[in-house]
Design a protein around this ligand. Structure first.
Ligand code: GTQ
Length: 345
């Protein structure tokens, strides 16, 4: 492709006249906004280790009362995007949230979609539109766009979870805002019992139309399916599950996709190169991850992110199975017609 003229190639006076008229020449920036062949991501391969985050989060618990934080979160920020922009990838926000015994994070609802993946501790719960969802290690709890949610804690140890939101995208669209609300009246539990093994209640009534019939995906159930897949001789490829809407089979949320992979001891999984950036979080076990030229050793509760079209290898060097939670931008890209894959190099 032709090397294009730069801003310096133009007379200064001409450029300043353009500026005064709110005009910009395209050609000096054309190769930045339309780079040849593939995007130039700002997202850098980055890893965050739980052993570093946890003491700082507990310190935040001493420094800042929950009433002064609303949500006590340390954001996992990708340096490639600038830390202050609070992005793990261009569209994915990650945060580690701490709730201490007897604390309460008040009810609110916002336009970004959120999920929580429970990392440590018991006794906490999230109430979503009146449905009380218990938080246990590895559980995935949805708080989709526009639904009221609050967090409470009846237990006696700190509870920590990973928040995943599409906040960077929604903020970029100038569509991000929150409303505060009153304590919710609890009307039921998480409804997981309704969607077991393809057996669902016959509907003699109009379904709730939130579009989110299931709000809590229990880790116990997800792990059972992963173990069964791994034990099934007829199953091809890595054991991987997707978190879907049980009534439609579609991705459980509209923008970010959620799945989990099981790596047997010594198993190596070479992922295809995808246009969607991804996040990896270790639910159980340990993993060595290669992302392009970067290598990270991840232990339980550690998190890493990878840019678009990265070449990624997942390797379990341990003696126990490893279970990895994955978040990616594929649902968003597929809806927009932007999703593609590339052969590995
Ligand atoms: O728990 O509702 O990490 O509203 C960021 C914004 C968590 C939450 C975050 C939020 C929440």
């Amino acid at each position: 492709m032709e090397q294009l003229a730069t801003l310096e190639d133009l007379p200064k006076e001409y450029v300043s006249t353009l500026t005064q008229s709110n005009l910009v020449p395209l050609w000096p920036s054309l190769r930045n906004v339309l780079p040849p062949n593939q995007p130039i991501p700002q997202t850098q391969a980055t890893a965050w280790h739980f052993k570093d985050i946890k003491p700082l989060l507990l310190q935040a618990g001493e420094l800042t009362p929950i009433e002064k934080a609303e949500r006590r979160v340390l954001v996992l920020a990708n340096p490639g995007h600038g830390l202050e922009n609070m992005k793990a990838t261009s569209s994915i926000y990650l945060g580690m949230q701490l709730l201490l015994p007897n604390e309460w994070a008040p009810s609110h609802r916002h336009t970004p979609n959120a999920v929580r993946l429970i990392v440590e501790g018991t006794g906490a719960y999230t109430t979503v539109e009146g449905q009380k969802c218990t938080m246990e290690h590895g559980d995935l709890i949805l708080t989709p766009s526009g639904l009221w949610h609050e967090h409470g804690h009846d237990g006696d140890e700190p509870v920590i979870w990973l928040d995943v939101l599409d906040l960077p995208l929604v903020y970029y669209m100038e569509a991000s805002f929150v409303e505060g609300g009153d304590v919710q009246e609890v009307k039921g539990t998480d409804r997981g019992h309704r969607y077991a093994k393809g057996i669902v209640p016959t509907v003699h009534f109009v379904r709730e139309n939130s579009g989110y019939p299931l709000l809590r995906y229990s880790w116990k159930d997800a792990k059972q399916v992963l173990d069964a897949l791994a034990a099934d001789a007829a199953h091809q490829g890595p054991a991987q599950i997707s978190y879907v809407n049980p009534e439609t089979g579609e991705d459980c949320q509209k923008i970010i996709g959620y799945s989990a992979i099981r790596l047997a001891p010594k198993e190596v999984v070479q992922l295809e190169r995808r246009s969607a950036a991804q996040v990896f979080h270790v639910i159980e076990g340990q993993m060595h991850i290669d992302i392009n030229a970067n290598t990270y050793e991840l232990s339980r509760s550690d998190t890493a992110c990878a840019p678009c079209f990265a070449q990624i290898d997942l390797i379990n060097n341990g003696d126990e199975p490893a279970y990895i939670f994955v978040a990616d931008e594929a649902p968003l890209q597929k809806k927009l017609g932007l999703y593609s894959t590339r052969a590995r190099i």
